[in-house]
Design a protein around this ligand. Structure first.
Ligand SMILES: Cc1cc2nc3c(=O)[nH]c(=O)nc-3n(C[C@H](O)[C@H](O)[C@H](O)COP(=O)(O)O)c2cc1C
Length: 356
């Protein structure tokens, strides 16, 4: 019976516990997607988890959907990430970089030449996105050509190689939360009539092409994947979610990935008991976990490790607090995406909290 404090092997690396630091966009990079030095301190502070997964990182200039998000496609970006991996490894931590392309969620404000974002089909998302000039409505994206799809697949592979060059232990492909990969998986954004649209097999082709390219580039043992079945975040609909993800997971069983991370904002269903038994590799369960629920799911064999988001963001020493059943700091939503160190590197550790 596993506990949060047992070790776990993923690919070729050993995690010291099963408490995973969730990928979280924090918008502290500069306009060139380069991380400032204090980002290394933030990740170093949270090194006591078994594995940290970075904020979603842009694989190319066209991938950028949010202000001040980092990239991993220029030498300057790669250099800035090296400081993060060095600090984490010096403290005996393990860290994967999450890679994404936001597709139709990008606003022209973030894209080269203020061009239109791209998507499987020209279907605009309902809703708005944050810019420094205030909230702006999503725009109609341009449909990708087959040649452009091939370029994006290669962008993921190059970004994965760059992440390894920057010292990461591996990468997590972001197939969740309504970004480009889930736009292809969906039934409402993907209206294509070619080999990338229609059937479940066709809609998941883009995901598997990316996995093929990335695992070929850096090895399956260094590749993880996040999916969010049934999640409607960013205006996604999957009419056949159960069938779709059962198909995807059956196929993933042949990939030998480092792990599969399922974390979804589907309010109507707990997907972990449905999907975890179908997956033969290492299964990370995320979203909405506290210590009690995490321990129960691990004890029941419902997951191999648990991913914590807001609790870890606000408690850099979350594993120690869990060990001691200590009180937890409250996350400050007003500083989730603001520039600078406030609400970022200044959450108190346990001893500091006691000292005040
Ligand atoms: C500030 C913030 C930024 C986030 N950014 C990302 C992201 O970049 N990539 C991702 O996969 N999920 C992202 N998420 C979702 C988290 O990984 C996690 O699934 C979510 O916080 C729910 O888990 P929790 O209940 O433990 O907080 C973000 C969440 C928050 C609060």
């Amino acid at each position: 019976m596993a506990t949060l404090f047992d070790g776990l092997t993923i690919g070729d690396i050993k995690l010291k516990n099963r408490i995973i630091f969730a990928p979280m966009t924090r918008s502290r990079a500069n306009d060139e997607g380069v991380q400032p030095d204090f980002v290394a301190e933030y990740y170093e502070q949270r090194v006591s988890g078994g594995l940290s997964i970075t904020e979603a990182t842009n694989v190319s200039p066209m991938a950028k959907g949010y202000v001040r998000t980092p990239g991993v496609y220029t030498p300057q970006q790669i250099e800035s990430w090296k400081k993060v991996t060095e600090r984490v490894h010096t403290k005996d931590g393990k860290i994967f970089m999450q890679l994404f392309h936001t597709g139709r969620i990008a606003l022209p404000d973030f894209l080269p030449g203020n061009t239109s974002p791209v998507a499987p089909s020209a279907v605009k998302a309902a809703g708005e996105n944050y810019t420094d000039d205030g909230m702006k409505e999503f725009v109609e994206p341009r449909e990708l050509s087959v040649d452009e799809i091939a370029v994006i697949v290669q962008d993921f592979a190059t970004a994965a190689k760059n992440a390894i060059e920057a010292g990461f232990d591996g990468v997590e492909i972001h197939g969740a939360n309504g970004y480009l990969i889930q736009q292809f998986l969906s039934t409402n954004v993907n209206k294509r009539t070619d080999g990338y649209g229609g059937s479940i097999e066709n809609r998941s082709k883009f995901l598997f092409e990316i996995l093929d390219a990335v695992t070929e580039a850096i090895g399956s043992e260094r590749t993880g994947l996040r999916l969010s079945p049934g999640g409607e975040f960013n205006d996604i609909k999957e009419d056949d979610a159960e069938e779709l993800y059962k198909y995807v997971i059956a196929k993933l069983n042949d990939y030998g990935l480092a792990y599969l991370h399922i974390g979804t904002f589907d309010q109507n269903r707990d997907w972990h008991p449905v999907l975890s038994p179908l997956y033969s590799g290492v299964y990370f369960a995320g979203v909405g976990f506290d210590k009690d629920r995490a321990e129960k799911v691990l004890a029941d064999g419902g997951a191999d490790a648990i991913v914590f988001g807001k609790l870890f963001l606000a408690n850099p020493d979350l594993p120690e607090r869990f060990r001691q059943n200590a009180p937890l700091n409250t996350p400050d939503e007003s500083t989730f995406y603001t520039p600078g160190e406030k609400g970022y590197t200044d959450y108190p550790f346990l001893e500091m909290a006691k000292a005040v």
